[in-house]
Design a protein around this ligand. Structure first.
Ligand code: SF4
Length: 382
């Protein structure tokens, strides 16, 4: 069975105050050494169960800011993946990019290297909002980057938006949506701003320097996003993701469907399905420690856990419920050999009664109200 490959590039030009990803602000980075280390990790994984002999069906370069890397480095990693494992023909190969880090030459280079999908962190088309979010780019730079990406041959283009930023209004969100759609992406992601522990925004919030929008305003913005993006030709297929049929992010679909993936690079997570359960592991978080670990022992695992059948059943439910189409009861039975009702009947009944879940032609899905309270629904299955 083929699997997905995630490649983590951990550096950024500066750290955005809301970001809790494993990203490190740097003026320079050991690109050559890190690329060689990623390839060494890939070689080691190819020699081990359970991925030995399997092919790759999607690749995702995330970060951090992968677009800081030279296309030659990205190309070397793709070539190595093809040589070491083999890549399915037509595989989706995505690169996350910051609009402030690309030009025509870099985008052409990435396309020639084999990348066939670009995901720009646009976030907003209001320069004051971008500044507040600590972004290094302007709205005009995003517009230019999207045009250049199309010209470089990227038919598949995602734009990320962030909503519920302090001070934002529903009209601002509409403007962002209009602006994004005007750039003709084939996919839009729209995320509610969160204030995660450890971020600068979290500290600002605790110290009263910034204020979160009231919950009802956040819900109104999410409702606007859910209605207005689909109205423009991008149906919602996941809690935060919108695309015409056939343009969904295949790499992310693999995560939501609980399929196997290898993550290589600093702090990257991996998951290998095994029978009814699986194993999850994660790498050393800091780039220098990651590189040192691979150089010393070929692997950089900092921790791992076995996912038993019970946890795996819960994960299957809450990951698939992220999808607008939910999951088929039959698929649950095929995967675990038992009926959903036998295992989760007592948990799910109150959620149906409260109008958070619905059963539609053999599929269980979140209702609109369930979408707004998704985290509390998911918590019931953890
Ligand atoms: S560019 Fe992206 S990964 Fe880097 S700090 Fe900002 S949000 Fe985080």
């Amino acid at each position: 069975m083929s699997f997905s490959l995630y490649v983590h590039i951990p550096w950024c030009q500066s750290k955005c105050p809301y970001c809790d990803f494993n990203s490190h602000a740097a003026a320079s980075w050991p690109e050559h050494q890190y690329t060689a280390t990623l390839i060494a990790e890939l070689e080691r994984r190819a020699a081990m169960a359970p991925f030995a002999g399997e092919r790759i069906k999607t690749i995702f370069f995330g970060g951090g800011t992968p677009s800081l890397f030279d296309p030659k480095s990205i190309g070397a990693i793709i070539d190595a993946a093809a040589r070491i494992f083999g890549i399915d023909s037509g595989a989706e190969i995505t690169l996350e990019a910051n609009p402030g880090t690309v030009n025509a030459e870099k985008l052409r280079g990435m396309r020639a290297a084999g990348v066939n999908r670009i995901s720009f962190g646009a976030q907003s088309f209001n320069d004051a909002t971008l500044k507040f979010l600590g972004r290094i780019h302007t709205a005009d730079e995003t517009r230019e980057a999207a045009k250049l990406a199309h010209r470089a041959g990227f038919d598949r283009l995602n734009l990320d938006l962030i909503f519920a930023v302090p001070g934002q209004t529903v009209a601002d969100i509409l403007f962002d949506i209009e602006s994004a759609v005007g750039l003709e992406p084939d996919h839009i992601s729209a995320y509610n701003l969160t204030f995660e522990e450890g971020t600068a925004f979290f500290t600002d919030l605790k110290r009263g320097r910034i204020k979160q929008l009231p919950t009802d305003e956040q819900a109104a913005m999410y409702a606007t996003v859910r209605e207005e993006i689909p109205r423009r030709g991008y149906p919602m297929y996941e809690i935060s993701n919108y695309a015409p049929p056939g343009h969904e992010a295949r790499h992310n679909l693999a995560y939501w469907r609980g399929e196997s993936y290898i993550g290589i690079g600093a702090g990257a997570h991996s998951y290998a399905r095994d029978g009814q359960g699986g194993r999850r592991w994660w790498n050393e978080k800091f780039p220098a420690r990651y590189i040192a670990a691979i150089e010393e022992r070929g692997l950089a695992e900092a921790g791992s856990e076995n996912v038993d059948e019970t946890s795996s059943q819960g994960e299957f439910v809450f990951l698939n419920l992220r999808l607008r189409d939910g999951f088929a009861l039959r698929d649950f039975h095929d995967r675990f050999g038992r009926n959903f009702e036998c295992i989760f009947g007592a948990t799910a009944t109150p959620l149906f009664n409260d109008g958070l879940l619905t059963l539609d032609r053999g599929r269980i899905k979140l209702t609109d109200r369930g979408l707004e309270m998704a985290d509390s629904v998911f918590a019931e299955f953890v």
